[in-house]
Design a protein around this ligand. Sequence first.
Ligand code: DX5
Ligand code: ZN
Length: 225
Amino acid sequence: MKKEKRCIISPSILSADFTCLGDQISETEQAGAEWLHVDVMDGHFVPNITMGPVVVKACKKASSQLIDVHLMVTEPGHLIEDFVSAGADLLTLSIEAVEDIEAGIQQIKELGCKVGVALKPGTSADMLMPLLPWLDLVLIMSVEPGFSGQSFMPEVLEKTRMIRSELDRVNPDALIQMDGGIGAETIMQARDAGVEVFVAGNAIFKHPDGIGAGIEALREKLDNF
Ligand code: DX5
Ligand code: ZN
């Protein structure tokens, strides 16, 4: 029988108000979000530039959530130690951005950090399959990486089901995370495909009734699954 897994909400601070980031993070924690998602973009792998270890360090200080760092960075090997020292609990590499992905995974594990691998919407699962036994998490992008506030791409759900069923065979404790366009209208499609960790930016930080209401709206859908 398939083990029941918890549903984890990981608010993406890319959509937060950076003039009061600490308060915004506390609101997500008080509303029950277990993780905090930090989007690191290098202006090369993706067309946008965001934040680095300094912000990770501030997040770690502001909260006791698991710090979930999503690296959208070409060849980030020289930065890994800095992110771990800053307080990253999970580092996720983009499979398309790292030539020797096995070495990257190994490097992160050796530092005692959890490791994930992310796939862009158009990337097939083939390259990922041999890596599954070594991973704590697979991140399936449901928008093109680079920006918050884009529309969910349901075409990634089929790939998600396939990866979940292979993980159940070779590494059942590993989690599947989905990132991009997750909101009250889309979260159940992701859940139904086997996702356990839900990243949301705009649906939480831009909710008209505030951060707590944004998280509650997602949690309510998951509770009724
Ligand atoms: C996109 C980022 C996402 C983004 C999610 O490249 O990886 O984490 O912030 O934002 P929403 O939930 O608004 O799509
Ligand atoms: Zn992300």
